[in-house]
Design a protein around this ligand. Structure first.
Ligand SMILES: C[S@@+](CC[C@H](N)C(=O)[O-])C[C@H]1O[C@@H](n2cnc3c(N)ncnc32)[C@H](O)[C@@H]1O
Length: 493
């Protein structure tokens, strides 16, 4: 593969170094695939200030983008002359961004002290360690990033453990940055807060705890929108080599970016008190003791996601559409398709009738065999629209037959802003993926369980399991629901 290291030197660019293997993108990737989310200048200033407190000889920015950290560094070195000898090594995969950055005034101001490499940070080779690193790595989910087994295997070997293949690209950047730090080196990294709670984050947390790497984590309040147009909560991780073994890990919550410079530590926790398998977001809540006590829901019930059709507009019909296509009620079953369709803590037959009267999408296609002529005609329409080739229908044994499972007695909504709602399904109907199904184990009373789940103190306990997105949006996966700690209460029949 052709090398493409670009080293900026005034007045001319230095030649490629033959011993450096670079991996430029094979084809231009989209901004989404490159995880291009840009850091606000005030946050960049904070990261640079913390990382360069050691007056680094070499500073790394592995995902330079439009150079916000370098700009902050140049501004800082105007005030602190000791930083004027620091060499900057910057890396950027997107050649267009790299070109734009290399033409910027800060790149020109740094002249020969800046080495810009148009390369994949995870594959590029670097000489020696870095005393400091600042980074806002790309956020790319494992489905979408191009990390092959070779990259993961190399991480496995370096860490001496298996790195989950579901790790977001930013997690791999964090690991690589840590591996490149010189003794005493510091890294300030801003990422989504997701890794603190996500399953893939366990390995990162365990590894960083084993390495005694974490100096501080700063968690932005879920109401703070750090990245203007992106629905994600943010956390800043400050990693430092050479921490004393008894130094605590500081955890801090900030509500807005300007608190970065003033906010107090929420809590300082001894390293061995941090459980890498637990969700860490609740630890940043100054009012919580961080523990989720009591029996977990999984002891009383199992939770599974709702029915996924793969094409709701075809499979879930309004009463008027049923009429129009001449379909029989016996070829559909009642299925709630939207969280907004349910108002209270109970779903009764009259609620269902209200949805039918309002002509909402409520009938899930579930045809009898042999297929009736009206059903055949309707399925032909679906085929013509290519519904049978969509991912989920194409992967079902019979493309038009939905999952068969009993209606769940209790439901919980998947997303919430103000609070999660448990619904007692008295109408005995099914639901789509807007809800998760809760099936009580044998001997557990659905009404009692629903009452316990609906208590105010359960809501507080849910906070320990939820995943936070920006603007107050929260999400629960079925496993999160099963891990909810319940208040005391009798739920047996
Ligand atoms: C989240 S943006 C951050 C940009 C900038 N540092 C900032 O903070 O505003 C991540 C940057 O990494 C670049 N990038 C994506 N994958 C990369 C890779 N494998 N190696 C190096 N850079 C990469 C993207 O093009 C993007 O510019």
């Amino acid at each position: 593969m052709a090398a493409s290291t670009r080293t900026l030197k005034r007045p001319t660019q230095r030649k490629l170094r033959p011993n450096v293997r670079e991996h430029p993108p094979r084809r231009p990737a989209s901004p989404r695939a490159l995880g291009q989310v840009f850091t606000p200048p005030v946050v960049a200033e904070f990261l640079v200030r913390w990382a360069t407190a050691v007056v680094p000889r070499r500073l790394l920015d592995p995902a330079v983008g439009d150079g916000v950290f370098i700009r902050a560094f140049v501004e800082r070195s105007q005030r602190d002359t000791r930083l004027r000898r620091t060499r900057i090594i910057a890396c950027e995969l997107d050649p267009r961004l790299a070109a734009r950055f290399s033409a910027s005034s800060e790149a020109r101001a740094l002249g020969g002290r800046l080495e810009l490499r148009t390369a994949d940070f995870l594959r590029a080779r670097f000489d020696g360690g870095f005393d400091a690193a600042v980074c806002n790595p790309p956020y790319v989910r494992h489905h979408d990033h191009a990390c092959d087994d070779g990259i993961f295997d190399a991480f496995d070997r370096r860490l001496g453990r298996r790195v989950p293949r579901t790790t977001n690209l930013y997690g791999l950047f964090m690991l690589r940055i840590w591996s490149l730090l010189a003794p005493g080196g510091r890294a300030a990294i801003i990422t989504p807060a997701e890794w603190l709670n996500a399953d893939f984050g366990r390995t990162l947390k365990r590894y960083f705890l084993d390495e005694n790497a974490i100096d501080e984590i700063i968690h932005f309040d879920h109401r703070a929108t750090v990245f203007n147009d992106v629905l994600t909560t943010a956390a800043i991780t400050l990693l430092r080599r050479g921490r004393r073994s008894n130094e605590p890990v500081r955890l801090r919550r900030v509500r807005r970016t300007r608190e970065l410079f003033s906010g107090r530590t929420t809590r300082a926790v001894a390293r061995d008190e941090l459980d890498p398998d637990a969700k860490w977001s609740p630890l940043f809540d100054p009012d919580s003791n961080g523990a989720s006590a009591g029996a977990k829901l999984e002891q009383f019930a199992r939770c599974v996601r709702g029915i996924a059709t793969g094409a709701n507009e075809f499979f879930v019909l309004r009463p008027s559409e049923l009429l129009r296509h001449g379909l029989d009620r016996a070829d559909v079953r009642i299925c709630v398709s939207k969280a907004a369709h349910i108002r209270g803590p109970r779903l009764t037959r009259s609620d269902v009738q209200r949805l039918i009267d309002a002509d909402e999408r409520i009938y899930l296609l579930d045809p009898r065999t042999p297929l009736r002529p009206a059903v055949r005609r309707y399925l032909a329409l679906g085929r013509r629209a290519g519904v049978h080739r969509r991912y989920l229908p194409a992967h079902r044994p019979i493309w038009y037959r939905p999952e068969q499972r009993d209606p769940a007695p209790v439901w919980i909504n998947v997303f919430a802003r103000s609070g999660f709602r448990f619904v007692r399904n008295e109408a005995g109907v099914s639901h789509l993926t807007a809800f998760h199904s809760i099936y009580p184990h044998d001997g557990i009373d659905a009404d009692r369980l629903h009452a316990l789940l609906s208590r105010r103190d359960t809501q507080r306990r849910i906070a320990a399991e939820q995943r936070l997105y920006a603007a107050g949006l929260r999400k629960l996966e079925p496993r999160d629901v099963e891990r909810i700690a319940l208040p005391r209460g009798d739920v047996r029949i």
